[in-house]
Ligand binder design. Structure first.
Ligand SMILES: *[C@@H]1O[C@H](CO)[C@@H](O)[C@H](O)[C@H]1NC(C)=O
Ligand SMILES: *[C@@H]1O[C@H](CO)[C@@H](O)[C@H](O)[C@H]1NC(C)=O
Ligand SMILES: *[C@@H]1O[C@H](CO)[C@@H](O)[C@H](O)[C@H]1NC(C)=O
Ligand SMILES: *[C@@H]1O[C@H](CO)[C@@H](O)[C@H](O)[C@H]1NC(C)=O
Ligand SMILES: *[C@@H]1O[C@H](CO)[C@@H](O)[C@H](O)[C@H]1NC(C)=O
Length: 225
């Protein structure tokens, strides 16, 4: 028997083995993103220990395997984050805004204690999914939010928010990729039906209890377009 195929076989087994071993032992997680995640979570009180995941605090722990954190398998950047049950205020200095590769962020059901939505939200420019519902935000929705031009799904319902300056019209002009929009409970100034007509990709719109006035009050129901 020719020894060459045998040697070749051994070599390929060896290469395959070391390649898998490399992937098993080489952490995906980027150090700066791991510390951003930890600092973000540690800047709050935990309201309900059962709801909020506990993360491994050991140095070099693989943050991509933490509960409610998803990384891109090739780059190791955090692309999805879901956290609930936190309590405390948030501002533009939060390390959350270092996670610039996020595509999906769900911070619903936290208590941000009447914080405004920080203008640094614009740092998360790759977001296509953003859920900040029922999180005790207050004040005017910042114009920086309208820079998140990749948003396809946006839920700001259940907060004490206002959409006045900028208003609904600017939102509709800027966030043209929206498919799902929930602004229930938000104080919206004089919207026009024309503005909504510009959201051509919209499939779901919810504007319950928005203090809309006049002719458009019929919009304060849930639409499944
Ligand atoms: C932002 O919040 C942190 C605590 O979370 C606080 O130390 C800092 O002073 C705040 N910055 C501003 C500008 O309010
Ligand atoms: C926003 O992102 C840039 C990098 O793109 C980073 O240098 C900066 O610190 C971020 N801002 C905040 C508030 O995290
Ligand atoms: C919202 O935040 C304010 C100020 O911290 C607090 O008094 C109120 O109880 C919070 N509401 C909810 C529903 O968490
Ligand atoms: C909505 O916002 C306007 C302008 O800030 C204010 O005058 C009005 O009282 C608000 N409505 C409610 C129900 O909070
Ligand atoms: C609709 O969008 C077009 C351009 O995309 C803009 O010129 C127009 O003013 C918008 N209409 C409304 C009512 O927002």
């Amino acid at each position: 028997m020719n020894p060459l195929p045998m040697g070749f076989l051994t070599l390929s087994i060896y290469l395959t083995f070391s390649f898998s071993l490399f992937h098993l032992t080489h952490p995906l997680c980027h150090n700066n993103e791991r510390s951003a995640l930890l600092q973000f979570k540690q800047s709050f009180l935990i309201q309900d220990i059962d709801q909020t995941p506990s993360w491994n605090l050991e140095e070099n722990s693989e943050c991509c395997s933490w509960e409610n954190v998803i990384c891109n398998e090739d780059t190791g950047y955090v692309i999805e984050l879901y956290l609930t049950g936190l309590q405390g205020s948030i501002n533009s200095s939060s390390t959350l805004f270092n996670l610039v590769h996020l595509q999906s962020l769900d911070l619903s059901y936290n208590d941000f204690s009447y914080s405004q939505i920080p203008s640094a939200i614009k740092n998360l420019s790759k977001l296509s999914y953003l859920d900040l519902s029922s999180s005790n935000f207050s004040g005017q929705i910042p114009s920086e939010m309208l820079e998140l031009s990749r948003l396809e799904s946006l839920d700001l319902s259940g907060n004490n928010l206002q959409l006045q300056q900028p208003g609904l019209r600017s939102l509709v002009e800027k966030l043209t990729k929206l498919k799902e929009l929930d602004l229930s409970g938000i104080n919206i100034s004089s919207p026009t039906l024309n503005s909504l007509a510009n959201l051509s990709s919209l499939t779901e719109l919810s504007l319950q209890d928005c203090q809309l006035q006049g002719k458009l009050s019929f919009l304060c129901v849930r639409f499944n377009l």
